[in-house]
Each structure stands twice: as C-alpha cells, then as structure tokens.
Design a protein around this ligand. Structure first.
Ligand code: FES
Length: 146
C-alpha cells in the first residue's frame, strides 16, 4: 500500500517545521557552519602572546605582501619598504586563520574577507571588524613578535 496524499503532505509539513526549528535553534541562525578544515584552525582571536617569539628573517616579507605565521597566529606585512606591520591572523568573521597576503590585502579564504595590509581594516566582508594589531620588531634583520 502506497502513501496517501494526506500522509505525504503531513510528512512534508513536519520536515519543514523541523528545518525551521533547526535553523532558529542554531547559534548562528541563517549562516552555514564554518568549514571543518584541519589546516585552518578556529581559535580564540584574543589569545595573548606570551613572551617574545622569533618569527624569522625580515627578507621573508615582500614589499606589498606579507607572511602568515600560523603557529604564532600572526600575519606580518610590509606595505612600504622597511615598514613592517603585524596583525592577528585570526579572521574576525568566524575565526578561520587568514591564508595569504596579496596586493596589500590580507585574505581569508573561508568566506572571502579581505583586510588592509596597512592597518588591518576590512576591505571586503563578510567580516565587519578589523584584524587586531600585534607588536613586532625588526632587529638585525630578524622579526620578533611581542
Ligand atoms: Fe569567514 Fe574569514 S572566517 S571570512
């Protein structure tokens, strides 16, 4: 015996109601979940740096570009020759680690946000908050965080 028109309509209504409950019960209703990529850790963007951390040679940072130091959770840029900037590498949208620095922009590939490599401000959403600054020094050609 097959399903009647009434049982099909009832099932469809229950499925729709379940979908609504699931969507509104979610902490980020209306958004998809962030990608579950193990190489893009989702971490607390305000985790403090404990003590100075040697990042490496300043020559690793191209003018107009930058480098993401994923373990230290920082991105270092050099918008102008000899002027190094650093920001948290944790995207303010949903906490993915930013992926790259290209054309003076820090790029998060999770949802496409872009930030200024000069001041961390949002260039393109969905992020609405800037990347927080980090303190770095360059001495004897070596970059140190903190
Ligand atoms: Fe969504 Fe970065 S986490 S754009």
């Amino acid at each position: 015996m097959g399903a009647t028109r009434r049982t099909l309509l009832t099932s469809a209504g229950a499925a729709a109601a379940g979908g609504l409950v699931g969507a509104t019960g979610s902490p980020a209703a209306g958004f998809a979940e962030p990608p579950a990529d193990p190489v893009v850790p989702v971490v607390d963007p305000v985790t403090p740096v404990v003590g100075p951390i040697a990042l490496g040679p300043a020559t690793d940072i191209p003018v107009g570009g930058g480098k993401v130091y994923s373990t230290a959770m920082v991105v270092v840029t050099q918008p102008v020759a000899g002027d190094f900037k650093a920001f948290t590498s944790i995207c303010t949208h949903w906490g993915c680690q930013v992926a790259a620095v290209e054309n003076d922009q820090i790029i998060c590939r999770c949802h496409g946000s872009r930030f200024s490599a000069t001041d961390g401000s949002v260039v393109l959403g969905p992020a609405t908050l800037p990347l927080g600054p980090k303190a770095v020094t360059v001495q004897d050609g070596q970059i140190t965080l903190g």
